[in-house]
Write a protein that binds this ligand. Structure first.
Ligand code: DGL
Length: 272
């Protein structure tokens, strides 16, 4: 148990979006070690089929767990929407639990909406999977759901987007159906989107609640570790390290900007 407790928490996304989840975990669990994998070689996950996503999730999960980890966090909605069961199967073979996005956001959205009109902004893969519709439908209160696919937004962010007028226009266009449906709550159903939260909030107005998962995931990670006796004692500060599958230099530069902490050396792994 002691050896397992000292292992890092593994986390992955298709790119830098999951850093919005890592950030909350670093704040809530300062004594833990983290290893984060950005599968930038196969970005965007949001444009991939469910079958491709399951294959990616399987490879990435294996890669992380074979190095040793005490918990696996899927910090990507697209990967979760198709591959949660796959990740659980891989993790079960290593006796490791999985924490993921989608469920927590749905729970928060159902709790905070006053009108019951909830919007979901997500990648095509996530919207088409129906994962948010199912998660919101299981919240024990009637909700009217408006889902919007944003095929280009994560890519703009992953490229290190210039805060240009064309990006603002793109955000406005994605927000229009949500405004038309008069939602009072919008789930940011892609972990890249909190990085453009100010733009979204300005377009949708202050009265619309934006829901993202970082905080809830950090709380779930904390609870899961405590329940399984795998939480580290406080005291010493933990470490964090990064792996990517294509361009360590670009990942380091962009990641440092978004995490607002130094990333250090980013390791390159090649997945088949
Ligand atoms: N961050 C990923 C998510 O939460 C999306 C980015 C992508 O399309 O790869 O869905």
């Amino acid at each position: 148990m002691d050896a397992q407790r000292s292992l890092p928490i593994a986390m992955f996304d298709s790119g830098v979006g999951g850093l919005t989840v890592l950030h909350e975990c670093l704040v809530s669990l300062p004594e833990e070690d983290f290893v984060y994998l950005g599968d930038d070689a196969r970005f965007p996950y949001g444009a991939r089929s469910a079958e491709e996503l399951r294959a990616n999730v399987s490879q990435v999960s294996r890669c992380l767990l074979e190095r040793g980890a005490k918990l696996l966090v899927i910090a990507c909605n697209s990967a979760t929407s198709a591959g949660l069961e796959t990740a659980r199967e891989v993790a079960a073979a290593h006796d490791v639990e999985v924490v993921s996005v989608i469920g927590p956001e749905a729970e928060i959205a159902a709790a905070v909406t006053q009108t019951g009109h909830v919007g979901v902004l997500a990648t095509p893969a996530t919207v088409r999977s129906g994962a948010y519709r199912r998660a919101l439908a299981s919240q024990h209160r009637p909700l009217t759901i408006t889902e919007v696919e944003a095929p280009d937004l994560a890519a703009v962010i992953q490229r290190g987007f210039p805060f240009s007028e064309s990006v603002v226009e793109m955000v406005r266009a994605y927000c229009r159906p949500l405004q038309g449906a008069e939602v009072d709550t919008v789930v940011l159903g892609c972990t890249h989107y909190p990085l453009v939260a100010p733009m979204l909030q300005r377009t949708l107005g202050r009265d619309v609640r934006l829901v993202s998962a970082g905080h809830a995931i950090a709380a779930t990670v904390q609870r899961t570790l405590a329940d399984s006796g795998l939480a580290r004692e406080g005291g010493e500060e933990g470490s964090y390290s990064f792996i990517c599958t294509e361009d360590p230099h670009a990942f380091q530069e962009l990641g440092t900007r978004f995490l607002q902490m130094p990333l250090g050396e980013v390791e390159l792994v090649e997945l088949p």
